[in-house]
Design a protein around this ligand. Structure first.
Ligand code: ZN
Length: 88
């Protein structure tokens, strides 16, 4: 999958911490470098420019890891309600 503007990805901000949410804001068509809007769990956010694709190395982005039970068309139970995943 090629990166494109507005896709959601993970950003690795530190070696010890979990990856955090980010949205691609610009793509360099000649490389895997992207610009990101990064959203931290505490509510803070930051812009990161020219971020390379990586495998959880600090300062890199990657596609979100697949999680069991979240396949297209599957059901996920939530404490308050049930959401259909993959239905438009
Ligand atoms: Zn991740």
């Amino acid at each position: 999958m090629n990166p494109s503007v507005v896709r959601s990805v993970h950003y690795s901000s530190s070696a010890a911490g979990p990856c955090v949410a980010a949205i691609i804001t610009a793509v360099n068509p000649d490389s895997d470098l992207v610009n990101l809007a990064v959203f931290y769990p505490d509510g803070g956010f930051a812009a990161r420019a020219l971020v390379p694709r990586g495998n959880n190395e600090p300062g890199t982005w990657h596609w979100p890891e697949r999680e069991e039970g979240l396949a297209t068309g599957g059901l996920i139970k939530h404490p308050e309600s049930i959401y259909l995943i993959g239905e438009q």
